[in-house]
Design a protein around this ligand. Sequence first.
Ligand code: IMP
Ligand code: MG
Length: 184
Amino acid sequence: MLEHRVLFDDRRIAERVQALSAEIHADLPTARPVVIGLLTGSYVFMADLLRAAAGLGVEPLVDFMALSHYGGGHRARGEAKILKDVNVNIRGQAVLLVDDILDSGTTLLRARDHLLRQEPSWLHSCVFLDKPWRRIVDIRADYVGFVIPDVWVIGYGLDYAGEGRALPYVAAIELARPCAKREG
Ligand code: IMP
Ligand code: MG
């Protein structure tokens, strides 16, 4: 396993996810939203968020999208390309878009604009982590679990070259090149 330093342990994460789901629940216009996760990193956060929301009476439809970046080595400047679209029809539906982490912002921006074109009645976005200093496009999430500095994190669904996703906590790793980007 990569050398890493724990930032948020499982208890801290559970508390924050519980609070976030209450915050989202208070805003949701319906108990039956369509919740759309961005693969792959969002899967752990989304599972916990939805189980917390289930305790508040939310019965979502669940779907996923997958995006990747154009541009090979220039990925931070690249545009995100849609590799997998949603299967459900979201026209007139309340949609919650979920991702693991908001970094340059290109992924969430691309996904949100794509979904908005399908005319949902309501669309809010929720990210588990936010690195606001890394933004290269103008976007912010409606709900944020934790704001973190410019470090590469693994665990709780987040990976580095495929490693670390299943860790039950979030940890920072040292990169040779700060924040070289990964897919998914
Ligand atoms: P963005 O398009 O630059 O905002 O990138 C967002 C995507 O990059 C996220 O969905 C993650 O998959 C990935 N990502 C960005 N920062 C990290 C990190 O620190 N750890 C793991 N994945 C990350
Ligand atoms: Mg991702």
